[in-house]
Design a protein around this ligand. Structure first.
Ligand code: NAD
Length: 347
């Protein structure tokens, strides 16, 4: 049986711990801010080193969701759940049904979805115990929407910096050609871009090679590839004091989460004159798509239109950055803070 403990964490609206020794897991749900609506964020399953590191992760991730959902102008707050468990040793269905009970105990203040190590099938188990779960409806795989959002981010960045409406002839270096990077390559190729790509998974390289022509770079070469746009679509922390000095691009825009190693690295890019599309603005297509099935019938056309608006959000950030002479990552943070500081539910 689930045992719940409420935790008081400054800066967070609600943090609850759930222990279930019978099934074999401990989980946390954190709601960072719900001024814009119920908190939406996925359910991450991981074998953490300790309960403290799991708690740190859920706090960090739920805060990130507040910023992402606000900047995408969604009527949603930021939350997240993490489950500390060994999936090889537990009854997976029982675990996710109990997570469903945990989510239900919050009475709709938190809405869950898939994340690292939780699948659509797991969400079906969650849904047996609560209706507060997204992604089991019609919206499907978020990756095509994330990739399309990054494509729109690249178009807006090119318009702002290179004063061009079209992408043809531009070179894009993509780090990671999996679910999002591979789809991004296809969209850019249709616009007659030249693609340089790196990956550490030969199957993904072969899969893309069957679809389109591209130049392969070694994983460590991608940072110094001669290109107009660098699209990080694999790992976090890759924009840092070691990689930024060698970049030859004019724009960085990709799907990866937490691309900047530190906020100071945003200033480093800014001083080098490289336009950085803040990651949580550029990669919001997936969550925008999910939001289109919460509380209403899913509408794919609306999901695409709302994803395309990522380009407008970025142009707004870039104009403010020019006017305020501040790095784009800091401008995005301030804009998001203004947006979630306002309680839109009262309008
Ligand atoms: P994915 O696992 O399908 O693709 C990532 C690719 O990067 C893989 O092909 C992997 O082999 C490759 N890779 C890993 N390390 C690499 C390295 N050192 N150099 C080059 N390639 C490397 O993942 P994805 O769904 O495309 O997600 C990519 C990033 O985007 C992640 O940071 C993810 O959190 C973020 N993101 C994804 C979505 C989505 O809808 N899928 C939404 C928002 C953010």
């Amino acid at each position: 049986m689930n045992r719940y403990t409420e935790l008081e964490i400054p800066g967070y609206e609600e943090v609850v711990r759930c222990d279930n020794p019978e099934v074999g897991f401990t989980a946390w749900i954190a709601t960072h801010n719900s001024h814009r609506g119920p908190a939406l964020g996925g359910c991450r399953v991981w074998r953490y080193e300790s309960a403290d590191s799991a708690l740190t992760d859920v706090l960090r991730l739920s805060k990130g969701m507040t910023y992402k959902n606000a900047l995408a102008r969604l009527p949603l707050g930021g939350g997240k759940s993490v489950v500390h468990a060994d999936l090889k040793k537990v009854d997976r269905v029982a675990l996710f049904e109990e997570i469903g009970n945990f989510v239900e105990s919050l009475d709709g203040r938190y809405i869950t979805a898939e994340d690292v190590n939780s699948t659509l099938e797991d969400m079906v188990a969650v849904k047996r115990r609560t209706s507060h779960v997204a992604t089991v409806g019609a919206s499907g795989n978020p990756s095509p929407f994330t990739a399309y959002g990054v494509y729109c981010a690249i178009k807006a960045s090119v318009r702002h910096t290179l004063k061009r409406e079209r992408l043809d002839g531009l070179t894009v270096a993509i780090q990671g050609i999996g679910e999002t990077g591979g789809r991004l390559a296809e969209l850019l190729k249709k616009d007659h871009c030249r693609i340089i790509a790196s990956d550490i998974n030969q199957d993904h390289i072969d899969a893309l090679a069957r679809k389109l022509d591209f130049e392969l770079a070694r994983p460590d070469e991608i940072y110094s590839a001669a290109c107009d746009i660098f699209a990080p679509c694999a790992l976090g922390g890759i924009l840092n004091s070691r990689t930024i000095p060698g970049l030859l691009c004019q724009i960085v825009a990709g799907s990866a989460n937490n691309q900047l190693h530190t906020e100071e690295d945003g200033a480093l890019l800014y001083r080098r004159g490289i336009l950085y599309a803040p990651d949580y603005a550029a990669n919001a297509g997936g969550v925008i798509n999910i939001s289109c099935e919460i509380g209403k019938a899913y509408d794919e056309k609306q999901a695409m239109q709302r994803t395309a608006a990522i380009g407008e959000t970025l142009l707004e950030i870039y104009k403010l950055s020019d006017r305020q002479k501040r790095p784009t990552n800091l401008v995005a943070n301030s804009l998001a803070e203004d947006l979630f500081g306002i309680d839109t539910r009262v309008f």
